[in-house]
Ligand binder design. Structure first.
Ligand code: G
Ligand code: G
Ligand code: NA
Ligand code: MN
Length: 254
């Protein structure tokens, strides 16, 4: 496949970059960190979204290499933020279930932390519900390894899969991210409001921190604020930014 061939050489050709989207504590009006998001621009294909090229990277066997690159870049960037703001910022990195299956993830995470010098409690891994649903001992033990290292674990896209309370409580998670599909149109949709309330209640009962993603307008923000959700991410604050613009965002914060 043409796109696979391009993807194989994309890293070497510097076509891949990492953007950062701020996360904000809306009670303190302070930035708490950023999610690292892959971007691929190919001269022939144009911009290819990660939803297309991540599955492809898994299929052609380069997800480990790509994932290791993301981890290293994310940790390196997070180190550069330290002088720019008083807060101790978290950097969140998405990891796909396939990266857990390969088994070298812990080694790659440790390497990225060592090489960058970033303290492990400033790294957050965003995992998906599908990883929990596989419910293998191997996945659970890897998650425990990360938690033991002080790395924070966040459950991404929550509510889109089949995770139940009984599933989620078995895993050493710290954060639950409300999927943006529930935030979208929230202000006009009673069903979404009810779902978001249920997710909030569940997170509280499990003692998990909450992040609401995809927040685009004031009504959504106020809905979340009223319910005590502290941390949000979305276009109302900022789209994902290139590393330079993200540093500018930090400097303009105060
Ligand atoms: O940025 P965008 O909305 O296009 O992201 C689409 C999807 O790609 C999201 O689900 C996001 O989690 C995923 N994604 C972005 N960057 C990475 C990455 O570095 N690794 C993995 N595994 N997924 C990523
Ligand atoms: O699946 P994941 O949660 O990792 O996806 C994150 C993606 O959501 C990012 O790639 C980003 O482009 C997108 N995103 C971030 N903020 C918003 C927003 O406010 N609205 C919408 N529609 N998408 C957003
Ligand atoms: Na994510
Ligand atoms: Mn998500």
């Amino acid at each position: 496949l043409l796109i696979s061939n391009h993807l194989r050489y994309a890293l070497a050709k510097n076509e891949i970059s990492l953007f950062f989207q701020p996360k904000i504590d809306i009670t303190l009006n302070q930035i708490t960190g950023a999610e690292a998001l892959l971007r691929w621009h190919n001269p022939e294909l144009g911009d290819v979204p990660p939803s297309e090229f991540i599955p492809l990277a898994e299929n052609i066997g380069i997800i480990s290499e790509l994932g290791a690159w993301v981890l290293q870049q994310a940790c390196n960037e997070a180190m550069k933020w330290q002088g720019l703001t008083k807060q101790r910022l978290q950097v969140s990195v998405n990891v796909s279930p396939q990266q857990f299956r390969i088994g070298s993830l812990l080694k790659e995470v440790k390497k990225a932390l060592t090489v960058s010098g970033l303290p492990s409690d400033q790294l957050e891994l965003e995992i998906t519900e599908s990883l929990l649903l596989q419910d293998s001992e191997q996945n659970l033990s890897q998650l425990r390894d990360f938690a033991d290292q002080g790395i924070r674990l966040s459950l991404d896209d929550f509510g889109t899969g089949y995770s139940s309370l009984s599933y989620v409580r078995r895993f050493p998670l710290h954060i639950l991210k409300i999927d943006r599909s529930f935030i979208h149109g929230l202000e006009n949709d009673l069903n979404h409001k009810v779902l978001v309330d249920a997710i909030i209640a569940m997170a509280r009962s499990l003692n998990l921190e909450l992040v609401a993603e995809g927040v685009e307008n004031k009504q959504q923000l106020e809905f979340l604020r009223q319910r005590g959700v502290r941390t949000i991410q979305g276009y109302i604050i900022s789209p994902p930014l290139n590393p330079e613009d993200f540093r500018k965002f930090l400097k303009n914060e105060h």
